[in-house]
Design a protein around this ligand. Sequence first.
Ligand code: DX5
Ligand code: ZN
Length: 212
Amino acid sequence: MIKIAPSLLAADSARLGEAAAALEKAGADLLHFDVMDGHFVPNLTFGPQILKHIKKYTSLLIDVHLMVTNPLEVIPWYAEAGADFITFHLEATDKPEKAIKLIKKYGIKAGITLRPDSDIKQICPYLSLVDMVLVMAVNPGFCGQRFREDTPDKIRFVNEYRSTRNILIEVDGGINKDNARICVQAGADILVAGTSVFADDKYAENIKLLRG
Ligand code: DX5
Ligand code: ZN
């Protein structure tokens, strides 16, 4: 079954603990935790200390999406704070193998991703080394953007290229009840959703709508 990873970026950031607990109760499968450094993207979000505190409110797996220029430096911060998945952007490092090894050294699942304008084929050399590929359906940086129509083709590409379903495909950005099914049919295993889950306080209903 498709897994839903609500993005805390769309929550009231002064009440993240409560949001995490409510999402768990509402049936979320993972919590998506967007880390932005104000350099790789023009926005600034959550440090490792926040992650550490959120873990007191939920036992959901924490899915960290690093949008930072220095993944090798910050991976240990989030690993030690309790991340279960860490995904970094290939554009942010010339040492992707080293970053993947570093994440795995902590016993954490490693993911790679790309901005939507980058060529998805860049993931190919690393596919056998990772646990997850995150397909970005919007430009990283903000919630509430429109889902790019070229996304299903990218999902299909990764789905055909992966030799095993042990490599998960996650999709992130602009996911709603209308495009969720298209992503799943193309091969997605995990849907990240910010705006559509936090549209109102009926999280359980909103998550259910995404499952289709
Ligand atoms: C964008 C983030 C996404 C975002 C998703 O940079 O990586 O995780 O929070 O939010 P929506 O679902 O509103 O696009
Ligand atoms: Zn994200």
